[in-house]
Design a protein around this ligand. Structure first.
Ligand code: SF4
Length: 393
């Protein structure tokens, strides 16, 4: 009974994830009348959007379900896949339901995509959201606050309601509660990874990119209750690994399943980071806009798209390995992703210094063949298990 409940919830999440024409967003607009604003990975001020009556809609490219016909014409062959499929979706009308798009400042590709958007869809809001790389409240903080105020104003000009203090405070609380649920699931997977397969956790997170936050809360609560009651899931002799590098363009679902079937328990990852971006609840005291700014400055996850002092890159990855009691690291990165691949040597150096085994491979969101990765990940997992058994007293 519980197993079929789990299956039903995961299928609902997968339907939302594969709903490339955003029918659920269309329904939300019909019922609520607000603006739907898309955002590219990684971080966007969802709290502010919700406070102004907008639905934040995370766009993660077209994945494996979109055939690229026109999108290739916009990007060179040595650019990652995500912007091509996003353009393909937009030119095919799939994103017409969106009243605007946010392009966070994470890399040149996304910056260029924002320019293409402005040229191709001049009637829609295309906002290049320039988040700071200076984390001093007087400098980066003042900059981010002004950026948020300007963005809020741009939303009002498009028909959103003005930003009100209490609405933003309530929205911070709503996303705090949602992050707490996601973090609880991550913790449960760390503790009992056989209960929370990563491909299920991934789909639940994808659902949170399009569902209103309260609906996503209900889905997470139902899933948590169902898996706690499901006694059919038993531990297997798998290697515990941290997967890193997949923060923007997402791997195909089949790749995540392949890694798990190859003998890996993924006990931490960086998929869909927006759902966990703040490590702790944002403060609800005082001015909520300042609280949102401070959470971004002081409490964000480490990401290749955030500046770190020289020599610090990789430290958080080493901490995550220790916290999750992982036995190895999978560097699983999109092909041609500059932020991920330029960070990788520094992260590898930190991981090697900690004595943790690692392996690396690349993917594109539309890969359909996983045999080579299956063999590589399977050999990696086997060698971890063999060596840990050989070294244990
Ligand atoms: S996958 Fe990497 S290079 Fe491509 S848009 Fe994302 S961050 Fe930029």
């Amino acid at each position: 009974m519980s197993a079929s409940r789990v299956q039903g919830i995961v299928e609902r999440a997968e339907d939302l994830c594969r709903d490339l024409r955003l029918e659920s967003v269309r329904r939300w607009k019909e019922q609520n009348g607000g603006l739907a604003i898309g955002f590219m990975p990684i971080w966007a001020p969802r709290e502010l959007l919700r406070a102004q009556g907008c639905l934040p809609v995370g766009i993660m490219g077209g994945g494996e379900d979109v055939e690229i016909i026109k999108g290739d014409a916009f990007y060179q062959s040595y650019i990652c896949h995500l912007p091509r499929s996003t353009i393909e979706l937009a030119l095919g009308g799939s994103l017409d339901v969106l009243d605007g798009m946010i392009f966070p400042a994470i890399c040149d590709v996304i910056r260029n995509l924002s320019g293409i958007w402005k040229l191709r869809f001049p009637e829609r809001l295309a906002y290049y959201f320039d988040s700071p790389q200076d984390f001093d409240p007087q400098i980066g903080g003042a900059f981010l606050r002004r950026e948020l105020e300007e963005f809020s104003h741009a939303l009002v000009q498009r028909g959103a309601r003005p930003l009100e203090t209490e609405a933003l405070r309530e929205s911070l609380a709503a996303y705090n509660a949602n992050r707490a649920r996601v973090q609880a699931l991550y913790q449960l997977r760390r503790d009992e990874p056989w209960k929370v397969p990563t491909w299920e956790l991934y789909l639940l997170q994808r659902a949170g990119l399009v569902a209103p936050v309260e609906e996503h809360d209900r889905m997470l609560d139902e899933y948590l209750a169902a898996i706690r009651a499901d006694e059919s899931r038993r531990p297997l002799d798998q290697a515990r690994v941290v997967l890193t590098g997949s923060f923007c363009e997402q791997p195909p679902l089949g790749l995540i399943k392949t890694l798990e079937r190859a003998g890996c328990y993924i006990v931490d990852d960086d998929f869909i980071q927006v759902g966990r971006w703040f490590k702790n609840p944002a403060s609800l005291d005082g001015d909520p806009l300042d609280n949102l700014v401070n959470a971004f400055l002081r409490d964000s996850l480490e990401s290749p798209t955030r500046y770190e002092e020289q020599g610090n890159k990789g430290e958080e990855l080493v901490r995550r390995v220790a916290d999750s009691r992982a036995e190895g690291v999978l560097f699983c990165t999109p092909s041609f992703c500059d932020p991920a691949l330029l960070d990788q040597p520094m992260a590898v150096r930190a991981i090697e210094a900690s004595g943790t085994p690692w392996t690396a491979f690349k993917y594109a969101e539309n890969n359909g063949q996983f045999q080579v990765i299956r063999e590589q990940a399977g050999t990696f997992a086997d060698s971890i298990k063999l060596f840990s058994e050989a070294l244990s007293p």
